[in-house]
Design a protein around this ligand. Sequence first.
Ligand SMILES: C[S@@+](CC[C@H](N)C(=O)[O-])C[C@H]1O[C@@H](n2cnc3c(N)ncnc32)[C@H](O)[C@@H]1O
Length: 197
Amino acid sequence: MNETLLALLEKLAKIGEDNDARETSRSKRLLNITCDTGRFLWILVRATGTTRILEVGTSNAFSTIWLADAARSTGGRVTTLESDPEKIALARANLMTAGLEGVVDIIEGRAIDTLSSLPGPFDVVFLDADRPSYLAYLELVVPKLRPGGLLIADNATSHEHELRDYISRVKSHPLLFAVTVPIGNGEEIALKLRDSV
Ligand SMILES: C[S@@+](CC[C@H](N)C(=O)[O-])C[C@H]1O[C@@H](n2cnc3c(N)ncnc32)[C@H](O)[C@@H]1O
């Protein structure tokens, strides 16, 4: 992570905070991860040499930039799913500014549809979109995750009540071993242990 990119991420974090304080409509909010979570994801990708990353919930590509910068150094790519065309336009502009457009594929549409069409396998999947759908995403994603891969969900502590069923499922899933990490808004991290029980 070079200083220029860190400065851009700090600038984007401020833009996101100011925007979200101003906007009353949820769809207009950017709802970015925290910088600590960005650093955490970056370190995870670099430390594990991850190359195949899937993100659900691009927004303006703030989290995507953290993931994509790490992926660039591992020779990897990020596929990121977003349903809002205005946010995709912002994401494309931010990725261009970051010089990371070449390592990111943005797929437009409802994640439940676009996810189904992705073959995988993935090394890391990061969920940060419509929380009521996480259980459905979990069932779609686990078969596409390689054994040893990570399924990470944001907002595990900030929206614990909304994610209760999801967290309960990942913690009791026969193919996963999970822990809640109290960083940023809380990351539920599940390691895929094997392909079948
Ligand atoms: C919490 S924001 C993502 C923030 C982003 N990961 C970041 O940290 O910069 C959630 C995003 O998911 C998108 N989204 C919500 N429901 C979706 C769906 N069903 N399919 C695809 N994207 C969806 C929203 O438009 C929004 O941009």
